[in-house]
Design a protein around this ligand. Structure first.
Ligand code: HSE
Length: 314
């Protein structure tokens, strides 16, 4: 049996929601798992991408053995029903750039788990998949939208369970994503964060988070302009993302722009604006990074409302 699962890229944090807010976007990885018939062949992991994407995806970073996150996720699922994975061929058709803050690791964890769950006859329900995937990833903000789609707020509880709710997104608000041609591994980007933060910074984020959900519920762009701020991770990470300060400053004067935040742990940057301002936003972004001599890819995207899905079983 051979199962393929298509999983969207994700953008986590979105300003004030460090480790708890995330959304899915229409860029996809497809993960295929096949039970091989030859005993003793173990696990084989291959990564494929179309030729024009090979350079920008940084595929060399994907681990191809039993230490890979995808294998760990699959193994945890097998173990949860008292089994051990034996002969598996895993193929990742990759379109999501790696180490760019777009949830590539969450996508392979989720794709591997859902494919293995199909192979095993669905022993795990959505709650179990969320919980195993988050155990491997470490936080739920990319995992949850990769599984359920949309824009989601999620929390990881002490017993390992994940609580989530989807939020509504106004139709005329769009996401413009700046993807620089250099990488920033999440481990590095997490290593610069402090273990503790000042109480006033925690309160600042609580206030912005409340503004964020209220702004979405009321389609209140003016409130969203105040909400898209953060004091828990961006101040520590922005030195790792050249261009971030500059673009934030430049876009401050654009009426259609609600804010500019790091995409996940960076180095990609997310700009949220009204749909009718997106062309101008892309122009300003391109100019800014051109001045810095850094190549960037800039795309304006809607939110992907669908999460991971099984696309073929043969
Ligand atoms: N919330 C995570 C972080 C997302 O900011 O480190 C990246 O995995």
């Amino acid at each position: 049996m051979k199962v393929s699962v298509k999983v969207p890229a994700t953008i986590a944090n979105i300003g004030p929601g460090f480790d708890c807010l995330g959304l899915a976007v229409p860029i996809y990885n497809t993960i295929t798992i096949e039970e091989t018939v030859l005993p003793g062949t173990g696990v084989e992991i291959n990564v494929l991408a179309s030729e024009d994407l090979t350079d920008e995806l940084s595929l060399e970073h994907i681990q191809m053995d039993e230490n890979s996150i995808i294998y760990k996720a699959v193994e945890l699922l097998y173990n949860s029903i008292g089994q051990t994975p034996s002969e598996l061929k895993i193929t990742i058709h990759s379109e999501i750039p790696i180490a760019k803050g777009l949830g590539s690791s969450a996508s392979v964890i989720v794709g591997g788990l859902i494919a293995a769950n199909e192979l095993l006859g669905h022993p795990a329900d959505e709650a179990a998949l969320l919980s195993i995937a988050t155990e491997v990833e470490g936080h739920p903000d990319n995992i949850t939208p990769a599984i359920v789609g949309g824009i989601v707020i999620s929390s990881s509880e002490d017993d390992g369970s994940i609580i989530y709710r989807k939020l509504n997104w106004p139709e005329d608000w769009v996401l413009t994503v700046v993807i620089p041609d250099y990488e920033l591994a999440t481990e590095i980007s997490r290593s610069v964060l402090p273990k503790e933060v000042p109480m006033k910074d925690a309160v600042f984020n609580l206030q912005r988070m409340a503004m964020f959900t209220t702004a979405l519920a009321n389609k209140d762009a003016e409130l969203m302009k105040l909400a898209l701020k953060d004091k828990l991770h961006q101040p520590y990470r922005q030195k790792l993302v050249p261009g971030f300060d500059k673009i934030t400053e430049k876009l401050k004067h654009e009426d259609s722009v609600m804010g500019c935040v790091l995409s996940g742990a960076g180095p990609s940057v997310l700009v949220i604006s009204q749909k009718n301002g997106a062309d101008k936003v892309r122009e300003i972004i391109k100019e800014t990074w051109k001045d810095l001599d850094i190549n960037v890819k800039v795309v304006t995207l809607p939110i992907e409302q669908n999460g991971a899905k099984v696309v073929s079983v043969v």
